[in-house]
Design a binder for this molecule. Structure first.
Ligand SMILES: O=C(O)/C=C/C(=O)CC(=O)CC(=O)O
Ligand SMILES: [Ca+2]
Ligand SMILES: [Mg+2]
Length: 422
């Protein structure tokens, strides 16, 4: 099966097997639901008017696809998502589909001519800490070798509640935060711009149908409730974080901005890329046990475009398959106490570091807390943390046989701090 409606190159992130969902607008029309294919965005509200989804029960296609967020569509659940995916694949690959009398320009626009928006109204944002390598590295730096991994870590997916208000879509610049830090442990704390702004390579799931308050989710249910996955950069001010986090965890060092990619890759598109997750020892308690393959082979890259340069230089090469706690275990654990999850809630995986040094998912780890210079290719440039006007770009790809399921880009630039005088 191949796409015959528009050209799709074998190296495109957005193949017929992918079909990620996003929210786009153009100079002349408002934000609404789109699906990426090749270099185009398919306008699903326009396709609805041509009857492409009219056979799907439980879907008010024109209404749902004219909205400026995906929340209503996310709430509909897996049977509808599957039917829409099948309808799109049929439309795109079958020349004799009844709606194929339309012109490309009737139902699609070039991605280069659209503005992408946040895919959902995110009610709540939670971030986990689920890479053993990352948690160990950070633990060694913050608490010493003997207390690196806390005793709870191998028994449950550790997480904290973040701020949905500061989640932004790829391309939105962020200011370096001001805050309180204590650079010299023998002196009082100081206030001013963070000098240790960092990125964190993460992915995040978006919740589909939620659960009522007091009604926990099981592992089997959680598997059906995940709508899809995006790339995420959990920007972190390490100096603010290191001083403030005791004993309640991340706060202002994290919530000055979190960047996500605009295209949500669905779980159905990721299905062929499932792999075994790392062996879990000790075996988790029964509510978190999973005999299915719940890891995903997604190659992840972080590059930096340093201030004043036009070139990108590699920082991190990692993979989602390194995550110790799976997406399903994270969602289940989050709801097991009866906490209600809503369509559009965002759950970050935590920084995705792997076993080798080039797979470390943050500058904190790459520079080992600022002790070492990170070399940017052969440019002669170095970094320990993110400098003003640097841009950080995350990309992610699942490589299939002759096709790709890719995530596009998650980019963000750090602008100078706001000048504050006290
Ligand atoms: O105190 C610590 O050990 C560190 C906490 C974090 O950096 C939180 C976080 O964002 C976790 C992650 O991304 O894996
Ligand atoms: Ca994080
Ligand atoms: Mg953040």
């Amino acid at each position: 099966m191949s796409c015959t409606f528009v050209p799709v190159s074998a190296t495109s992130d957005f193949s017929l097997q992918n079909l990620p969902f996003g929210i786009f607008s153009t100079a002349t029309s408002p934000a609404r639901v789109g699906v990426a294919i090749g270099t185009y965005v398919l306008d699903l509200s326009a396709l609805s008017r041509h009857g492409v989804f009219s056979h799907i029960s439980g879907l008010q296609a024109e209404t749902v696809f004219s909205q400026s967020t995906l929340n209503s569509y996310m709430a509909l659940g897996k049977p509808v998502w599957s039917a829409v995916r099948a309808a799109l694949q049929d439309f795109l690959s079958n020349d004799s589909h009844p709606a194929r009398t339309v012109a490309v320009s009737d139902v699609a626009v070039e991605q280069s001519s659209v503005t992408m928006h946040l895919p959902a109204k995110i009610g709540d944002y939670t971030d986990f800490y689920a890479s053993r390598e990352h948690a160990t590295n950070v633990g060694v730096m913050f608490r010493g070798k003997d207390n690196a991994l806390m005793p709870n870590w191998t028994h449950l997916p550790v997480g904290y509640h973040g701020r949905a208000s500061s989640v932004v879509v790829s391309g939105t610049p962020l200011r370096r935060p001001n805050g309180q830090r204590r650079p010299d442990a023998t002196k009082p704390p100081v206030f001013g711009p963070s000098v240790r702004v960092d990125y964190e390579l993460e992915m995040a799931l978006l919740v589909g149908p939620g659960n009522e308050l007091g009604e926990p989710l099981t592992m089997a249910q959680a598997g059906e409730r995940i709508f899809g996955v995006v790339l995420m950069n959990d920007w972190s001010a390490r100096d603010i974080q290191a001083w403030e986090y005791v004993p309640l965890g991340p706060f202002l060092g994290k919530n000055f901005g979190t960047t996500i990619s605009p295209w949500v890759v669905t779980m159905e598109a990721l299905e062929p890329f499932r792999v075994a997750q790392p062996a879990q020892d000790p075996e988790p308690l029964p509510y978190l046990r999973d005999s299915t393959n719940s890891g995903y082979d997604i190659q992840l890259k972080v590059d930096i475009k340093p201030s004043g340069s036009d070139e990108y230089y590699a920082l991190t090469n990692s993979n989602l398959k390194y995550m110790y706690w799976s997406l399903k275990q994270q969602l289940t654990h989050h709801a097991i106490n009866g906490c209600s999850m809503q369509p559009g809630d965002l759950l970050g995986t935590g920084t995705i570091s792997g076993p080798t040094e080039d797979s470390f998912g943050s500058m904190l780890e790459l520079s080992w807390s600022g002790k070492n210079d990170i070399k940017l290719g052969d440019s002669g440039l170095t970094r320990k943390f993110v400098e003003d006007n640097d841009e950080i770009r995350i990309t992610g790809v699942c490589q299939g046989d002759g096709f790709r399921v890719g995530f596009g880009e998650c980019v963000g630039q750090i602008l100078p701090a706001k000048q504050l005088d006290f």
